[in-house]
Write a new protein. Sequence first.
Length: 582
Amino acid sequence: MRIENAQLREFIKDSGMVGEKELEESFKEAQDSKKKLGEVLLEKKLIDEMKLRKLYAYILGVPFVDLSKEVISSEILQIVPEPIAKKYKIVAFEKNGQELKVAMINPEDMQTIDFIRKKTGLKIISCLTTEESIEIVLKQYSQSLKAEFGDIINKNASEISEKGEEEDLEKIAQGLPIIRIVDTLIKHAILQEASDIHIEPDEKEVRIRYRIDGILHEAMTLPKQVRDGIIARIKVLSNLKLDEHRIPQDGRFKIEKDGSKISFRVSILPIFDGEKIVMRLLNESSKGLTMESMGLMGQALEIIHKEIKRPNGMILVTGPTGSGKTTTLYTIMDILNVPEVNISTVEDPVEYRMVRINQTQIFPKVGLTFAAGLRSLLRQDPDIIMVGEIRDKETMEMAIQAAMTGHLVLSTLHTNSAAGTLPRLIDMGAEPFLVASTANVIIAQRLIRKLCNDCKQEYKLEKKELETLRNNYDMDKILEVLRKTEATKNIIKEKDNWEDINFYKASGCGQCGKEGYHGRNGIFEVLEVDEEIRKMISQNESAEALEKKAKEKGMLTMIEDGFAKAILGITSVEEILRVTKE
């Protein structure tokens, strides 16, 4: 855009959006580095993009539009083809008679406007928008993917037939119709931010389901004739045996899409109607998570940051399958991953590849178990060791031994609460005094769905709902705890009862696919093993006694952390009940 730095400086000075000193410093920096003043201000976070774009629109004399919450009909969207929209950051959003309104990042790009005018024969009215708006609208191109699937199946149904002969399977897998189906299946899953794709053959059809935010959703049903082709195609991509249908197979493959690297972990299992495939999607280019973004806050966050800096001991993460334990361990490793330390892992399987971390995949068939891998690791001069899971007595003994001999050991266990982990280790055969001297901190967690910020609705608990909650939980005790908790003490007034507190519920809109939820967060229970707790472990105290003592010291239980997040509007009461019921 032809807006000179000096011109922009004058407009910002008049508007008072940025302090004069910061503005002059940024202007000098922009001139010296031959950058645009707007870019420098955005980098320094002195102005937000929306305000800057509105100012650009005012200077250029063009309308400004915010499309971040708009759902555009596919007929209008398709007027500008997806490749053009992506390449030139331009989208159509409204049509009145012979006029077409388009939103773009650079409304002075006359070449692109001219191209669309010639292509459509319509009068083009260009508007300025933000990068975020363009990204959100670009995602809408793929909302009609089911229709795209239908077209592929209908057009190519005659070309796809069920072939049992092995020599034909490779031919089918390399055929254009099957490649298109599998590509579309994957594209759809990536766009919906699915964590898993389930391909399930039935007697008469093939059912496709996606796991989104921890919940399985029926995505589509395909005719039975594509079954063998899809299975063969995925086996070819994963480098698996095409002619093996009797035993399970595991493989992986990677794809690069729109600058993202996505790794697929493939599991194939023979079932009565063929072979079921589950593909786990792992985004390798996603930016590292932080403890805060995972949902840790207050005292729990402080304890973890303090404990992971220790040179030795054990950090244990517990919870059921799919509760985000591995993600927590990877996040801790990401924080600790500096050139001065040697981090080694033994995993089953290796989920994400991490730079500078030596990751070993266990292979029990050849004797490479967690215990054997850990034994070998100790001869590799590690500072920090991550053991995917403590499954047996031998692994547990090796982990405790490593923690005692000056290593920081990170691992996971399957228990329901943080306090229940310590007696569990003793049940597995560990000496109480060894557990007491090596355990630093226990993190118990569950994953909850986050409410969609665009459509969540405020409400207050009704009598009947509160009665149900009181039957399951000590609500008075929870309220008492939350009154003193850092995150909620300013929201809950001294005289407030549960009936006076605002909660939020799912509603459903175009942004969250009518689900009411988008994304996930954790609820946590963080038990710090201090001197008093160590003494209790040595005396073989029960999980109940350990939990009571930890709560006296300020530990929030998962239920309390969950209600704190419900009061803060992060999630709903229904979601807390769904993940914490035992």
